[in-house]
Design a protein around this ligand. Structure first.
Ligand code: PBG
Length: 336
C-alpha cells in the first residue's frame, strides 16, 4: 500500500515545536520571574497574624511580621511590597483623618520595613477608604464624593507616607487630577525621587469583596450593603475611557500605571501596553485570589499550575509585573 499523496498531510505541523519540554522552553515567548511580582500585604496594629477568612492563606500582618516579610521578599527576589492598613473601626471617622497621621500604622510599617530591608521597594495606597467610617475613598459633601476636597486630603496622606520613606505612592482613589497635585507636592517638598504608580484604569468591580473584609471597610454599617464606588471607579464595560484615564495620569506625572482588577481586564492591559510607552502593571485583586483558592480547595483546580498560569497570562498581555497576594508563593514555585 502506498502512502497518501503528500498534499493530504498538514502543510504545517505546529505540534513539532511542542513535542518535548526542552523545545517548548526553547521557543517560549514570555516568562514569569520573581522580579515580576509585587507582594500585596495587609498590615494591622495588633500582635501576630490574623487570617482573612475569605482569602485562605492570607493573613493581616503585625508590623513585626511585615518586617520579616520584607526580608523574605529580599531573599526571594521580589522587588517590592504594596502595603494596605487594617484600621480599628473605632478609630475611623467621616473624613478619614488618620490617613495623614505621620505616626499612623502605615508610616510606622514603612519605616520599620525600610530599616530592615532597604533593598525592597515599598508602595503605599493613597486613598481614604481604610480610614473612613463610610468606607468611601473620598470625602462626602452634600451626599456626593467631593473630588477636589478629597485631593487635598490625599496630598497630606501621600506626603506623610513619602516622608516616612515610601518609595512608590499608588493613588487608588480615582479622583480626577490627583496625580498632578501629588507630583507637584512631592517636588515642592524635595521628594522628587518618590515614584507614582497610579491606579489609572481602576474599575468598579465585584472582585474587591474579600479585600474590603481584609481591611475592614466592607459594608455600610454592620450587615449593610457593599459600598458602591461607581461615581468614581470606571464602568466595567469601557475600554476607550481606560486609555483616556491612563493618558491623563501620565500627563500629570505618573511614572507607572496600573490596570485593576487583572484577569477580567487583560484586554485593557494589552491596549494600554500597545498605546503607551510606560511601565504597566496589573493587580490580581482579592476576589481573583479567593476564586482560585476556593476552586483549588475543592479539588477543582490544580492550585500551583493555576497560580502560575494566571500570573503568566499578565506577562503575555504585556504587563511589566503583577501586584498579587500570591507573590511569595509564586516566587517559591518559580524556584527562588
Ligand atoms: C481602595 C482599594 C481597593 C483595593 C486596593 N485599594 C478596594 C476598593 O477600591 O474598594 C482592592 C484590592 C483587592 O481587592 O485586592 N482604594
Amino acid at each position: 500500500m502506498s502512502k497518501a499523496p503528500l498534499a493530504a498531510y498538514p502543510a504545517l505541523r505546529l505540534r513539532r515545536l511542542r513535542q518535548a519540554d526542552w523545545v517548548r522552553r526553547m521557543v517560549r515567548e514570555t516568562a514569569l520571574t520573581p522580579a515580576d511580582l509585587i507582594w500585596s500585604m495587609v498590615v494591622h496594629d495588633g500582635e501576630g497574624q490574623v487570617p482573612v477568612p475569605s482569602m485562605p492563606g492570607v493573613s493581616r500582618f503585625s508590623i513585626q511580621d511585615a518586617v520579616a516579610a520584607a526580608k523574605e521578599a529580599r531573599a526571594l527576589g521580589i522587588p517590592a511590597i504594596a502595603i494596605f492598613p487594617h484600621i480599628d473601626g473605632a478609630k475611623k471617622d467621616a473624613t478619614g483623618a488618620l490617613a495623614h497621621d505621620p505616626d499612623g500604622l502605615i508610616c510606622r510599617a514603612v519605616k520599620a520595613m525600610k530599616d530592615a530591608a532597604p533593598e525592597v521597594g515599598i508602595m503605599c495606597d493613597v486613598a481614604l477608604d481604610p480610614f473612613t467610617d463610610h468606607g468611601h475613598d473620598g470625602l462626602i459633601e452634600n451626599g456626593k464624593i467631593s473630588n477636589d476636597a478629597t485631593i487635598e486630603r490625599l496630598v497630606l496622606q501621600g506626603l506623610v507616607q513619602a516622608q516616612a520613606g515610601c518609595d512608590i505612592l499608588a493613588p487608588s482613589d480615582m479622583m480626577d487630577g490627583r496625580c498632578g497635585v501629588l507630583r507637584s507636592a512631592l517636588e515642592a517638598e524635595g521628594l522628587q525621587d518618590v515614584m507614582i504608580m497610579s491606579y489609572a484604569a481602576k474599575f468598579a468591580s465585584a472582585f474587591y469583596g474579600p479585600y474590603r473584609d481584609a481591611i475592614g471597610s466592607g459594608k455600610l454599617g454592620t450587615g449593610g450593603s457593599p459600598v458602591d464606588k461607581k461615581t468614581y471607579q470606571m464602568d466595567a464595560a469601557n475600554h476607550q475611557e481606560a486609555l483616556r484615564e491612563v493618558a491623563m495620569d501620565i500627563a500629570e506625572g505618573a511614572d507607572m500605571v496600573m490596570v485593576k482588577p487583572g484577569l477580567p481586564y487583560l484586554d485593557i492591559v494589552r491596549q494600554v501596553v500597545d498605546a503607551f510607552q510606560v511601565p504597566t502593571f496589573a493587580y490580581q485583586v482579592s476576589g481573583e485570589y479567593a476564586m482560585l483558592m476556593a476552586a483549588a480547595q475543592n479539588g477543582w483546580l490544580d492550585e500551583e499550575r493555576a497560580i502560575l498560569e494566571t500570573l503568566g497570562s499578565f506577562k503575555r498581555a504585556g504587563a511589566s509585573g503583577v501586584i498579587t497576594y500570591f507573590a511569595p508563593r509564586a516566587a517559591r514555585l518559580l524556584g527562588a
